[in-house]
Ligand binder design. Structure first.
Ligand code: G3H
Ligand code: 13P
Ligand code: NA
Ligand code: ZN
Length: 328
């Protein structure tokens, strides 16, 4: 059944678990997520970015998610729009039947220029007015995602601030978060706590304190009724990097957010954990290997099947680690 983000995360908060929010662009990702959720009896958040809409087309994406709900009627599904760049974009998603939207007013409409406070509050307020009137939840964002190691957003294309950010932009301020939530009434808030989008988060193996856990605790203490969201939460599995590079890929050394650190965040109010890159890496690795090992094969379904299975296994591991398994 389709449910709102608020409904899903209120339950997660009550029972102390986190829900991975996987990005979806195509049938194989959708199947991987739903097969994993079905196996683990976990609630599902599927999110579509502007890039996903460009790739699949809005009607195909919408029907892909509706098909998932039809095939797995016993699994609660939240259909979320990732990184909306304006109230108009959010309005279109509401019209399409999404049960949750993100208004990312931390950046201007170009998705690159850091926005000021007044702009963020104004566009988020407008979105909440519209969405709540339709029973749709809203996620806002305060602070700019970026690595504390490099001060940059990390992504070459897609959503992310351009240039080098200063330390205060990279960590969401708890007092500002409280004020922002009071003014906008968002259901969930994405916070900057040291993560960044994409595969290139950290250049050295993480040694414990990658996330600003103290900051998460402070924010959660100030706004205990607002569900915290962690973007850029891929763990960048080293075993998949190895497979990719062993079978013709060329990905430089890089590290993501350790699952144990995400689990620590979940203990302190993080309820939605955004993951895209990990499924991309698993899919690419599985396909590269299958193609290299089966040079005579030309039925794409064979390659897409191993890709789906690899993505499904990542989803299963995250449902288990975040405590969402058994909560559907
Ligand atoms: O926020 C970034 C997500 O990983 C979506 O990426 O814009 O390439 O679809 P995308
Ligand atoms: P990753 O690139 O770490 O998977 O983050 C995805 C994300 O935050 C989507 O909004
Ligand atoms: Na989002
Ligand atoms: Zn994001």
């Amino acid at each position: 059944a389709l449910i709102s983000l608020r409904q899903m995360l209120d339950h997660a908060a009550e029972y102390g678990y986190g829900v991975p929010a996987f990005n979806v662009n195509n049938l194989e990702q959708m199947r991987a997520i739903m097969e994993a959720a079905d196996k683990m009896d976990a609630p599902v958040i599927v999110q579509a970015s502007a890039g996903a809409r460009k790739y699949a087309g809005a009607p195909f994406l919408r029907h892909l998610i509706l098909a998932a709900i039809e095939e797995f009627p016993h699994i609660p599904v939240c259909m979320h729009q990732d990184h909306g760049t304006s109230p108009a974009v959010c309005q279109r998603s509401i019209q399409l039947g999404f049960s949750s939207v993100m208004m990312d007013g931390s950046l201007r409409e170009d998705g690159k220029t850091p926005a000021d406070w007044d702009y963020n509050v104004a566009v988020t307020q407008r979105t909440v007015d519209m969405a709540h009137a339709c029973g749709v939840s809203v996620e806002g964002e305060l602070g700019c995602l970026g690595s504390l190691e490099t001060g940059t957003a990390g992504e070459e294309d897609g959503i992310g601030a351009e240039g080098v950010l200063d330390h205060s932009q990279l960590l969401t301020d708890p007092e500002e978060a409280a004020q922002f939530v009071t003014l906008t009434q968002v259901d969930a808030l994405a916070i900057a706590i040291g993560t960044s989008h994409g595969a290139y988060k950290f250049s050295r193996p993480p040694s414990g304190d990658i996330l600003a856990i103290e900051r998460i605790k402070e924010i959660h203490r100030r706004i205990p009724n607002t569900h915290l969201v962690m973007h850029g939460s891929s763990s960048v599995p080293q075993e998949w990097l190895k497979v990719i590079n062993e079978f013709g890929g060329d990905i430089p050394e890089t590290y993501g957010v350790p699952v144990e650190e995400i689990v620590e965040g979940i203990k302190h109010g993080v309820r939605k954990v955004n993951i895209d890159t990990d499924l991309r890496l698993a899919s690419t690795g599985a396909m590269r290997r299958a193609m290299a090992q089966n040079p005579r094969e030309f039925d794409p379904r064979k390659f897409l099947k191993v890709s789906t299975d690899a993505m499904r296994d990542i989803c299963i591991a995250r449902y288990e680690a975040f405590g969402s398994a058994g909560q559907a």
